[in-house]
Design a protein around this ligand. Structure first.
Ligand code: ZN
Length: 154
């Protein structure tokens, strides 16, 4: 499958810290975004209806973002992951989630995919519903904030 190949390529090229990790790819419907990862397993879920609205550059950037999450999770103990899971899934702790998402985006910029992730973010925000967009603004860097960060991190 195409997406599987993209993930493998990016993992090999840009993620020596994930070398040899067997990443599982699973389709999942009705997601509010294109892809997400499990905190507990090296697993990427994707929503085809979302992925189909992205071009190749945007898909690649999103994959880099998700792989950065896998790097984050690999550095955490099981206890830390459980705490994170409870905070995000049950307590709806947006601050905690935002910290995680923004750190992942800075890692993406560090991997050289800054412009691409800004493009993907712009696309996602264009497609998102009004309600979803409001939530996204609370959690993620905006495309404009990403552009600013890219310049600062050069
Ligand atoms: Zn994320």
């Amino acid at each position: 499958m195409e997406l599987e190949k993209i993930i493998l390529d990016i993992q090999k090229k840009h993620f020596p810290e994930l070398e040899g990790l067997d990443i599982c790819l699973k389709p999942k419907g009705h997601m509010s975004h294109a892809m997400e990862v499990s905190a507990f397993f090296p697993k990427i879920f994707f929503d085809e209806s979302w992925v189909n609205k992205f071009d190749k550059v945007e898909i690649k950037a999103t994959v880099v973002h998700e792989l950065c999450h896998l790097v984050q999770f690999r550095k955490m103990s099981l206890f830390q992951k459980v705490v994170l899971y409870i905070k995000v899934e049950f307590l709806k702790d947006l601050k905690c989630l935002s910290h995680l998402e923004k750190e992942a985006d800075r890692m993406v910029i560090g991997k050289g995919y800054g412009r691409q992730i800004a493009k993907a973010r712009r696309r996602a925000w264009k497609i998102a519903s009004k309600e979803s967009l409001k939530r996204r603004r609370q959690i993620y860097y905006s495309p404009e904030e990403l552009e600013k960060l890219i310049k600062q991190m050069k």
